[in-house]
Each structure stands twice: as C-alpha cells, then as structure tokens.
Write a protein that binds this ligand. Structure first.
Ligand code: SAM
Length: 303
C-alpha cells in the first residue's frame, strides 16, 4: 500500500524501493546514465551516417564563426561538434573536449578513429571545474549541455568559461528553447510536463534550466560578456530532427517509470501517455527551437 510518507521517503532516497535505472541520487548520475546509454547505442553506427552528422553540424560554425586557435567544447559528448570544427579548420585549430560521461568519450574516440582524425584532446571532467590555465582558449563552445546542469552550478560554470577564455575570446552556446510555441512545441511541453511529474513521483529529479532569450541575454550581460548574437532558430539545428521513433523510445522509458507508480496513479498517467502517443502518431514528427548566443569576453575588464 502506498502511503504519503513513502513518497517523500522514496523521493529523498531514490535508491530504495526503486529498481534498476532509478538508482541515481543526483541529476549528474541521471545525466551520465542517459548519455551513457545513448552513446552505447551509437557505438556501432554506420560511418556514412556519422559523416552526414558531422557535415550537418558544420552549419552552426559557418553561421556563428570559429577560430583557428585553441577551442574548447564543453560537454562534447560523442564529439560531433569537435569533428565538424576539425573539418572546417582543416586541422589548424587545437581542439579540446570535456565531458563527464565515460561512454560518450569512448564514442567520441571511436568516431575520431573511424574518420581517421588525430590530435583532438578528450578529457573526462566536470565543467564546473576545468583543468586549464586562465586565458588558455580563444573560443569556448557549449551545445545542448547547460539545461542538464543544476541551477546552483550555473554561476560556477560561467566563471570557469570566463576564466579559461583569453580576453577577446569567443563564447558560443546553443540550448533548446521553447518559445515561440508551434503546435509541435506544445506537444513537446506536454511530454516534458508529464515526464517531470512522473520523475518526481518515482524519486528521480532531472532539473532543467529554461534558456529563454531574455534570461540568456540578462544572464550573459550580468556575467560581463559582450553579446553579439542572440537568436532562436526553428527547427532544431544540428542533425537532430525529432522523429516520431525517437519520441516513442522516450515514451517507452516513461511507460516503464509509470509502472513503478502506486497503482491508483498508474491509470491516470497511462491515459495521458496513451493520448500523447496518439498525437505523436498523428503528427509524425516534432520540431523545436534552438537558442543561440554568441558573446565575447571583454578585452579589458572594468575596475
Ligand atoms: C545532449 S549531450 C550534448 C553533446 C554535444 N555537445 C552535442 O551537441 O552533440 C549533453 C552532454 O553533456 C554532458 N554533461 C552534462 N553535464 C555535464 C557536466 N557538468 N560536466 C561535463 N559534462 C556534462 C553529458 O555527459 C552529455 O554528454
């Protein structure tokens, strides 16, 4: 029998009473688990598909610029951005990637071998604390990573970005961004809202910071960056169209989480999930927006 008290306890002690993939205490554990599984699935990918992904990613650097000095990609994951940068710069940039997920780094390494690319340095680490000297980089990029960090970590991450950038260095960030809402985006929000309720109920927390244009502008300005570009692009860039099959997989995982709920709640969430599945089937594909911000570390710091 499910008691109120149980729920609090389970939420506070996610390792107790919840099987398999629920055994993570922090957002980080959950992130590593999620991206580890994703990377695992991609280890056997077709080299042609990989080449296509890399070609597709070049778009963002042609649009927002790049340098040929030292570039650091934070949360580099499977390394597609690093490979795109390597291709664009003809190997003339010194490239570094940092990620905390072993499997993602393994995938990045495998991809580099597959494409015969050498010299990109991959480091395991947490982006809240970077193992580089002050002013070491000419450019720092971070794509689709910051919404996975905890709110209280954000200031530390930006202090690190600023610290490792040289004066005048470039910062480029890309983050998922909801508004303006299209029909598909409302569907996406519905899915997010359903997912977060179920995650809270089963004691899994997955905090997300929503990078809206106003928040991003004021935040970057507040951190002393000089903003050059701030735009929201629809649909997602970077070879990540949200295909129905992709969502189905997410929804299957949600179904599994729902099965851990107390019996009296399961019916409600299953109905909601069923309705969402129907909508996704009808729409076939989903799209969202990417927020892009490009900023500079000022040449001279006031005061
Ligand atoms: C959605 S993937 C993005 C990968 C890559 N930037 C891209 O655009 O393809 C998010 C990545 O961020 C990494 N990540 C999230 N929080 C991190 C942190 N605090 N320190 C290091 N890596 C982190 C995860 O391990 C994951 O590989």
């Amino acid at each position: 029998m499910w008691q109120r008290g149980d729920m609090t306890e389970r939420a506070l002690n996610p390792q107790e009473g919840i099987p398999a993939s629920g055994s993570f205490k922090t957002g980080k554990g959950l992130v590593v688990d999620e991206f580890g599984r994703m990377a695992e699935r991609l280890l056997g990918e077709d080299p042609k598909e990989l080449r296509d992904k890399v070609e597709e990613r070049k778009w963002r650097f042609y649009r927002y610029g790049y340098v040929t000095g030292r570039i650091l990609d934070l949360g580099c994951g499977g390394g597609v951005d690093l490979l795109a940068l390597h291709g664009i710069t003809g190997g003339r940039a010194e490239l570094y990637g940092v990620d905390m997920t072993d499997k993602a780094l393994e995938l990045a390494k495998r991809r580099m071998e597959t494409l015969g690319v050498e010299g990109i340095r991959l480091l395991k680490g947490d982006i809240t604390s970077l193992p580089f000297e002050d002013g070491f980089f000419d450019m720092v990029t971070v794509a689709w990573v910051l919404h996975h960090v905890l709110e209280e970590e954000l200031d530390r991450i930006f202090a690190e970005i600023k610290r490792v950038l040289r004066p005048g260095g470039v910062f480029l960030m890309l983050e998922p961004c909801e508004p303006p809402f299209t029909e598909e985006q409302w569907l996406w929000l519905e899915l997010m809202s359903l997912q977060s309720k179920v995650e809270l109920l089963v004691g899994k927390a997955f905090p997300r910071i929503h990078f809206t244009p106003r928040f991003t502008r004021e935040y970057l300005r507040g951190k002393g960056f000089e903003l050059e570009v701030l735009e929201v692009i629809t649909p997602y860039l970077g070879g990540f169209p949200m295909r129905a099959e992709f969502f189905k997989r997410e929804l299957e995982e949600l179904e599994e989480l729902i099965s851990r709920l107390p019996e009296e709640l399961r019916g409600h969430f299953r109905r909601k999930l069923g309705f969402l599945l129907k909508k996704i089937d009808l729409m076939g594909a989903m799209k969202g927006s990417t927020l892009v911000a490009k900023a500079y570390k000022p040449e001279r710091v006031e005061g």
